[in-house]
Design a protein around this ligand. Structure first.
Ligand code: ATP
Ligand code: MG
Length: 381
């Protein structure tokens, strides 16, 4: 059991915004520069700027409807922004039609042509392009080889597995040797087991080609496993861009904190002098403040399960509650604890640390990322 709680004098440093360097710096191979797009009255992307270095795999993560596909379509050229630019290798391609950008695209619901063979599907992207007829067979073979489907040319797409179909779609996008690869939830058609395996294969494949890739997903696990960096979107805006670890350990916003990983949200009041959040029951939790919080103002403390522990006795950081649920997860167990203040929190501890029905003390534990205090926004759950 972790006694939990930092020393009384310990004040957490304030959060620093963690957005990537904005466009204008010019270092990126692919640059999105302040992209704005409306569909009628709906403001779908707002001021989206990203710098993607050569050969990086960048995951664009966010909830459904946050504008991920729209960003990808703006980059691909299937939509035109109201304002802002798309720049590749220093070339402004914002007004170029998709086929002149030389990007490979795999859509959210990639459609293979069922009446065609694997080889005909892969050759499809070469037919309208500049690849001479006599070179096409070699290109198809090259692309199929890259996705580990060498020799599959004459197979029917209806007679191969889902994972293989996904790779055919990828080969079709890669055959013209694009300079940028754009993927929109390319694994969403696969069942969970196949998705995990295909994800790892896909990462190895993109790495081996070394192609700069922008990849859309609404699944955190996928973004974390595939992305060198993750760009988190919310309601058309980029909330944060960084490594998986940065997003998990130093979320730049309440949204990022709650969207990434497991967490509990505890309403409290900020006590500026001691740098702690005062819970309704009286416990004062050390927390990293998001920005300059006003003394006494209402805050939401967002805390990871591994950042909470059971305290053995009543002390300044211990909040009282009752264990209402126990979820075994291998080496450790998640305990749902209903605090006397009426809020439920999740605590990660050893399986024998407590039983359902026990009265316990919950306090911030050493080890996990520090709890974070955000200004409370009315109406946000
Ligand atoms: N062509 C369009 N016309 C009007 N509204 C659109 C159009 N395309 C998208 N939208 C709206 O724009 C918003 C963002 O859509 P978008 O497809 O970019 O979201 P997304 O993040 O890709 O979501 P999902 O995870 O569900 O695929 C949504 O509210 C959607 O309804
Ligand atoms: Mg989408």
């Amino acid at each position: 059991m972790g006694p939990g709680g930092a020393g009384e004098g310990e004040v957490m440093p304030p959060l620093t915004p963690n957005l990537s360097p904005q466009a204008g710096r010019g270092s990126g191979f692919l640059r999105l520069d302040r992209l704005d797009k409306h569909f009628g009255a709906l403001h779908v992307t707002r001021d989206v700027s990203l710098d993607v270095p050569k050969s990086e795999i960048l995951a664009l993560l966010g909830p459904s409807g946050s504008g991920k596909t729209t960003v990808l379509r703006l980059v691909a050229g299937f939509e035109t922004p109201d304002s802002g630019r798309v720049v590749v290798e220093g070339e402004d391609v914002t007004r170029l039609p998709p086929e002149r950008r030389h990007f490979g695209v795999v859509f959210q619901h990639y459609a293979l042509f069922p009446h065609m063979t694997v080889g005909q599907n892969v050759a499809f992207g070469l037919e309208s392009g500049s690849v001479p007829r006599e070179e096409r067979a070699a290109r198809v073979a090259e692309a199929l080889g890259a996705v580990d489907l060498a020799g599959f040319e004459s197979r029917r797409v209806t007679e191969i597995s889902g994972g293989q179909q996904q790779r055919v779609a990828l080969a079709r996008a890669l055959a013209p040797r694009p300079r940028v690869l754009l993927l929109d939830e390319p694994l969403s058609n696969l069942d969970p087991t196949l998705r995990g395996r295909t994800r790892r294969e896909l990462k190895r494949l993109i790495r081996s080609i070394g192609i700069t890739t922008l990849f859309v997903t609404h699944e955190q696990e996928e973004a974390f496993e595939l992305g060198d960096r993750v760009a988190l979107m919310n309601a058309g805006r980029l909330e944060q861009v960084g490594s998986a670890r940065e997003l998990y350990e130093s979320p730049a916003s309440r949204f990022a904190a709650a969207f990434i990983g497991r967490s509990s949200v505890v309403p409290a009041h900020w006590e500026k002098a001691i740098g702690r959040a005062r819970l309704p029951g009286g416990a004062a939790w050390p927390a990293a403040p998001a920005g300059d919080l006003v003394d006494g103002s209402p805050v939401d403390v967002v805390v990871r399960p591994e950042s909470l522990g059971f305290a053995t006795a009543r002390n300044g950081t211990a909040a009282e509650g009752r264990v209402v649920e126990r979820r075994f997860a291998g080496r450790e167990t998640y305990f749902a604890v209903l605090l006397d203040a009426g809020v439920e929190v999740e605590v990660l501890a050893a399986p024998d640390a407590a039983q359902v029905g026990w009265n316990v003390f919950v306090a911030p534990a050493h080890g996990g990322p520090s709890p974070r205090a955000y200004p409370r926004i009315a109406g946000v759950e």
